[in-house]
Design a protein around this ligand. Structure first.
Ligand code: LUB
Length: 214
């Protein structure tokens, strides 16, 4: 007979995720898939031209699955725009952790923002939705202000550190840099599918910052 000592010790199997948890995880994944599909559609075709069916097809889902997560196209535009304004300050947060001198941090912030506009469809969609906001029956988050504050804070620190002359005006310089970036990302999108955006932003940095330090 096989004694108790001989029985292989049964290691408890890792706690199998309960069906409810699996269901929740799947719902979160599906919701993100719908949002990513909406961003791709909005970035490519613009809000007015996109239908919920388009979004379902890009997501590889039924229209019902899309409507389960988002009531309508306006809700999707709001969610994409909110994700855009969640990701933009994350770039500034990352740069802040790099511990660069303030003026270098400004250059790095603009550079990483250019990379995000070039490569991140959610960011591309968020920028296009702002341009199309008059055609969207939803209140999108306020544009420009948050990002401009991030730039201006770094310029303030640069002036306090003596890296900018005491007579420089960080607020004005911040507005100039953000306006120049906004223009560059739009022009690069329309003329070059953003391929030259990083170069264009480098030109802004090289033209504006040395002047500001003189
Ligand atoms: C990073 C420059 C500003 C940025 O560019 C496109 C856009 C959309 O309106 C922006 C914003 O609202 O901050």
């Amino acid at each position: 007979t096989v004694g108790a000592a001989d029985k292989p010790t049964r290691r408890p199997s890792p706690r199998a995720a309960r069906p409810r948890e699996l269901k929740q995880e799947r719902a979160v994944r599906t919701r993100q898939q719908v949002l990513d599909a909406a961003a791709a559609a909005f970035a490519e075709r613009g809000f007015p031209a996109v239908t919920m069916l388009d979004i379902a097809e890009i997501a590889g889902m039924t229209k019902g699955a899309v409507y389960f997560h988002y009531a309508n196209k306006e809700a999707l535009a709001t969610a994409v725009s909110e994700e855009f304004y969640r990701r933009l300050p994350l770039i500034a947060e990352e740069v802040g952790k790099a511990g660069l001198p303030p003026l270098q941090a400004v250059a790095e912030l603009l550079n990483r923002t250019a990379l995000a506009f070039r490569d991140d469809t959610m960011i591309q969609a968020g920028a296009r939705l702002q341009i199309e906001s008059a055609s969207i029956n939803a209140s999108l988050p306020e544009p420009f202000v948050g990002y401009t504050e991030s730039v201006t804070q770094l310029l303030d620190r640069a002036r306090s550190a003596g890296d900018l002359p005491s007579h420089s005006a960080p607020d004005a310089l911040g507005r100039v840099l953000v306006a120049a970036f906004f223009g560059a990302q739009h022009i690069s999108w329309r003329l070059d599918q953003r391929a030259d955006l990083v170069t264009r932003v480098r030109e802004i940095i090289d033209a504006v910052l040395p002047m500001a330090t003189s």
